[in-house]
Design a protein around this ligand. Structure first.
Ligand code: GDP
Ligand code: MG
Length: 440
């Protein structure tokens, strides 16, 4: 597919800004790739629609086709959508912290319960108790007991005749009395989404009041992933998702589907049958697998890096010659903006706290960056190259165009002169570039 896509995309070799037609053409292919990866249809459509809004108008860099650039934008958005701040299991509660596992039969709940128990025991030094609430299949409880024995993790003694909520309560009580940090509740699944399972899970949740409710789902789940995740989230309430069988051949589109409908983080992935085959979820790895266009993404990243290098060289050359016009300044301002404004920029440079204060005093915040860029955008190319021609009438026109005032333009010009002088000094000086910045 990637080759075919490359072929179609290569024909779109126009440069400039991405047009709606460019984006539409590439997104048709992207949508097809998402469907092939088993992303649910609605999710794929909603996702590409969202990306379309961001992509139209983005500047196409040299040596990259519009289609390739769209793929890269899609990839980045995919990583962003899949990622989240809270990917680890949250144990931030009074012990014993209860973690409840839900999901269809065969999805890997029991295995994952033991995997998580082992992980918390060995990596975080937690004392963990596991309890099987699966009263439907006699072998299920024994399965967890065997896993526990092998991994040297305690399991709740089996008592015949109890209902799942009772077992949950007994497990929590035993964990409290036994001084356990964590109690894992492995529930019974069903082969399909049925009422009985949902009611049972909801009852267990009420009885146990777990801190985490993790949906364990097979990464090979196709179009059903949406219904599965939505039903469990609505009926039981999820705090996260564990994706299993990521070691298989599937492309893992279920990750995107489930994340999109529940907005719950994917916390861990299962990558094999063994108890240590549990890994942290890596959004970019799964994004690459879902999209299946890693070569294109890498190509665009390389092109972007080249352009940054070229820009830096051009800037250095101008600096050396003492040329630093308003177009250059605009580029600098935009870079500052991209780095999260001056706050972000300063955070990245050591020893510039003092300068940060100066800037704060001057009121140079992000809204000002935006305004300054707007002013420069309202100038003609000639004015940007040669600010000396900016007399009163031109300033009035630019002020009107940018929604500012001639005073604001004077301020900008003053700042530009300051920067140009500094650049000149840096270009000729013996000191490092960061030392020069201090004069800004
Ligand atoms: P449950 O019915 O949800 O409790 O599912 P089980 O934990 O009993 O797992 C069903 C089968 O899937 C078992 O044979 C597991 O070994 C297997 N399994 C679970 N997780 C994974 C995984 O991440 N990768 C692979 N390859 N197999 C897994
Ligand atoms: Mg089970």
């Amino acid at each position: 597919l990637s080759e075919k896509l490359g072929g179609i995309l290569d024909r779109l070799t126009r440069r400039g800004a991405l047009t709606e037609a460019d984006v539409d053409a590439a997104l048709r292919e992207v949508r097809r790739a998402l469907l092939e990866a088993d992303v649910a249809l609605d999710v794929a459509r909603a996702f590409t629609d969202r990306v379309k809004k961001d992509a139209v108008g983005v500047t196409v860099m040299k040596s990259v086709t519009p289609g390739q650039l769209v793929v890269k934008i899609v990839h980045d958005e995919l990583v962003k959508t899949l990622g989240s701040d809270s990917q680890t299991i949250d144990l931030n509660a009074a012990p014993p912290v209860a973690i409840m596992m839900v999901g269809l039969q065969g999805s890997g709940k029991t295995t994952t319960t033991a995997k998580i128990a082992k992980r918390l025991t060995t990596r975080q030094n937690k004392k963990v108790l596991m309890a099987s609430l699966d009263v439907r299949r006699p072998a299920a409880m024994e399965q967890l007991a065997v896993l526990g024995r092998d991994a040297e993790i305690d399991t709740l003694p089996i008592v015949a005749g109890q209902l799942p909520p009772q077992i949950a309560k007994r497990a929590i009580e035993a964990a409290r009395l036994g001084g356990y940090d964590v109690v894992l509740l492995d529930t019974a699944g069903r082969t399909t989404l049925d009422e009985e399972m949902m009611n049972e899970a909801a009852e267990v949740k009420r009885a146990a009041d777990p801190h985490e409710v993790l949906l364990v789902a097979d990464s090979l789940t196709g179009q059903d992933a949406v219904n599965l995740a939505r039903a469990f989230d609505e009926r039981v309430g999820l705090t996260g998702i564990v994706l299993t069988r990521v070691d298989g051949d599937g492309r893992g589109g279920a990750a995107l589907s489930m994340r999109a409908v529940t907005n719950k983080p994917i916390k861990l992935i299962g990558v094999g049958e063994k108890l240590d085959a549990l890994e942290e979820f890596d959004p970019s790895r799964i994004a690459g697998r879902i999209l299946g266009m890693g070569d294109i993404v890498a190509l665009v990243e390389k092109a972007a890096a080249n352009i940054d290098a070229e820009k830096a060289m051009r800037a250095a050359e101008k600096m050396r010659k003492g040329q630093f016009d308003l177009a250059d300044m605009r580029e600098q301002l935009q870079q500052m903006q991209a780095m999260g404004g001056l706050g972000g920029l300063m955070g990245m440079m050591p020893g510039i706290a003092k300068m940060k204060n100066q800037i704060a005093n001057a009121g140079l915040d992000e809204s000002i960056l935006k305004r300054q860029i707007a002013i420069i955008d309202s100038m003609t190319p000639q004015e940007r190259r040669n600010p000396d021609i900016l007399k009163a009438s031109r300033k009035k026109r630019i002020a009107a165009g940018s929604g500012t005032s001639p005073e604001a333009i004077n301020k900008l010009l003053k700042m530009h002169r300051g920067m140009a002088d500094m650049m000149k000094a840096m270009g000729q000086g013996k000191r490092g570039p960061l030392a020069g910045l201090g004069q800004m």
